[in-house]
Design a protein around this ligand. Structure first.
Ligand SMILES: [Fe+2]
Length: 230
């Protein structure tokens, strides 16, 4: 009797240890949804609370989950997100779409903030004036890139060959990708998928693109610009 119990105990211990090992492994390997750096309602009235809840909690979570599924058990599961994104076109459509989705949304949340907006100053302000003539001219060009991107995609401000440029990408592609038509280092990116604005703005994408300037954190964009210019 004692021997049977002892064997059961050993088996149970082994099973628990094995499960913990598996959990530990998946915790180390898997990408996770980053927390929003502000509350869901913090960007009101420019981006509504429900959109933020669904966009972050459902859409971004789905990109994270599907990216983890796409790389599990493959030689790509130990790569960083940036490594995956940079060679996404040669890996798989699933990594391109979901790796791009995870990178793009993580970047996007970081450059938004409540009580933000205004005009960029310092080196970034100077570089925008030098590249586009004025801040207003830049905003017009950026909004046009977002508004004319057919279907779903992103509008970008990038550093390319040491200069600022405006571009756009389809779906969840971004300018870091091997498949990008215009390659560069993103400094600012705005999501123009309908899921980013439809609840509040319906089909009025240009209105959303006009309102978003009120929640752009130019300090963060300046940080990206400084890093991209090194
Ligand atoms: Fe999105």
């Amino acid at each position: 009797m004692a021997l049977v119990l002892s064997n059961q105990l050993i088996s149970l211990t082994f099973v628990l240890h094995f499960k913990q090992t598996i959990n530990l492994k998946s915790n180390i390997m898997a990408f996770t949804l980053p927390a929003l750096p502000y509350a869901h309602d913090a960007l009101e009235p420019y981006i509504d609370t429900t959109t933020m809840q669904i966009h972050h909690g459902k859409h971004h979570q789905a990109y994270v989950d599907n990216l983890n599924k796409a790389i599990a058990g493959t030689p790509n599961e130990n790569k960083s997100l940036e490594e995956l994104v940079k060679s996404a076109g040669s890996i798989s459509p699933a990594v391109r779409n979901n790796g791009g989705g995870h990178w793009n949304h993580s970047f996007f949340w970081g450059i938004l903030a409540p009580n933000a907006g205004g005009t960029p100053s310092g080196n970034l302000g100077d570089a925008i004036n030098a590249a586009f003539g004025s801040f207003d001219a830049f905003k017009e060009k950026f909004a046009a890139a977002g508004a004319t991107r057919f279907g779903s995609g992103w509008a970008w401000l990038i550093v390319k060959d040491g200069k600022l440029e405006v571009s756009s990408t389809p779906n969840q592609d971004n300018p870091l990708m091997d498949v990008a038509e215009v390659k560069g280092t993103p400094v600012l990116g705005v999501d123009v998928w309908e899921h980013a604005y439809y609840l509040k703005y319906q089909n009025r994408r240009p209105e959303y693109l006009g309102a978003i300037w009120n929640v752009i954190n130019w300090d963060k964009v300046s940080e990206h610009f400084a890093n991209a210019s090194k």
